[in-house]
Design a binder for this molecule. Structure first.
Ligand SMILES: [Zn+2]
Length: 224
C-alpha cells in the first residue's frame, strides 16, 4: 500500500458492511462490544437493557463499539451519509453506560430514517416520533452552560432524542448498576438528564416510538 492510500484510509474509515435484506433483529446482534476493556461489563449491561426495549430493522453487519480515552466528549457516533462507521465511548467520563446509550440512540435515530438531501434524521421528522416531540417540548429546558451555537445543538431533536433514549433505557433497565448511574447524574443535576418526576411521561413516549415502529414485538416460541 502506498503512503497516500494509507493516509486516505485513515482519514476515511470504512463504513460497516451490509448483507442480505433489511430484517428486524435484536440490537445485540447489530453491535460488537469490546471484550477486553475494563468497561466491557458496564457496556454489556447497557446493551442488554436497550435490547430488552426494542429491536431494529437493518441489513448491517455488526457495528463496532470502541473505547477511547477522549476527555472532550463522552462518546461519538461516526457515520458517512446513511452508513455507520462505529460507536465510540470514552473511558474517562465516569458514566460510560450513559455515554454509550446516548451514541446508540444516535445510531438508532440515523438508521430508522435518513434523508439524503436534507440530512434530517428520524427524531426531527418521522411520524412515529411526533408524540414524543410534542411531549418533550413541554419539559422545562435543562440549564446548559455554553455559547449559543452549542446550546442550539444541545436543544436539537437529535440531541434531545439521544438524552431521552439513554435515560429511558437506564430507567427501565431493572439493573442496579445502571439505575445507580442515572441516580447519581440526577443527584448532581447534570444537564444531560431530567429529574424523575418530569421524565415519566417522556419515557413512556420513547417506548411508544418503538411500538409504533413495530420494533418491540419479541419473537414468541411456536406452540407444538
Ligand atoms: Zn449526542
Amino acid at each position: 500500500m502506498t503512503k497516500d492510500s494509507d493516509v486516505a484510509r485513515r482519514r476515511y474509515p470504512d463504513c460497516v458492511a451490509r448483507w442480505g435484506r433489511p430484517r428486524i433483529r435484536p440490537l445485540d446482534e447489530l453491535l460488537t462490544l469490546p471484550t477486553r476493556s475494563p468497561l466491557a461489563d458496564e457496556l454489556s449491561r447497557a446493551l442488554a437493557a436497550a435490547t430488552r426495549m426494542h429491536m431494529l430493522k437493518s441489513d448491517l453487519v455488526r457495528v463496532p463499539v470502541r473505547v477511547t480515552a477522549t476527555t472532550s466528549e463522552a462518546g461519538a457516533y461516526r457515520y458517512r451519509r446513511a452508513n455507520p462507521i462505529d460507536i465510540r465511548v470514552s473511558n474517562r467520563s465516569g458514566h460510560a453506560a450513559t455515554g454509550f446509550l446516548h451514541e446508540l440512540a444516535h445510531f438508532v435515530d440515523h438508521q430508522v430514517h435518513y434523508d439524503r438531501r436534507s440530512r434530517v434524521w428520524a427524531s426531527a421528522i418521522h411520524p412515529a416520533f411526533a408524540q414524543w416531540r410534542a411531549t418533550v417540548a413541554q419539559l422545562a429546558p435543562r440549564p446548559f452552560p455554553g455559547g449559543s451555537h452549542r446550546k442550539r445543538y444541545f436543544e436539537s431533536a437529535q440531541e434531545v432524542w439521544a438524552r431521552c433514549y439513554a435515560q429511558t433505557v437506564l430507567l427501565r433497565s431493572g439493573d442496579p448498576l445502571l439505575l445507580a448511574q442515572l441516580g447519581e447524574l440526577q443527584r448532581r443535576d447534570e444537564p444531560h438528564v431530567w429529574p424523575s418526576h418530569a421524565f415519566d411521561a417522556v419515557a413512556l413516549q420513547v417506548e411508544l416510538v418503538f411500538e409504533r415502529l413495530a420494533l418491540t414485538q419479541l419473537e414468541l416460541p411456536l406452540a407444538a
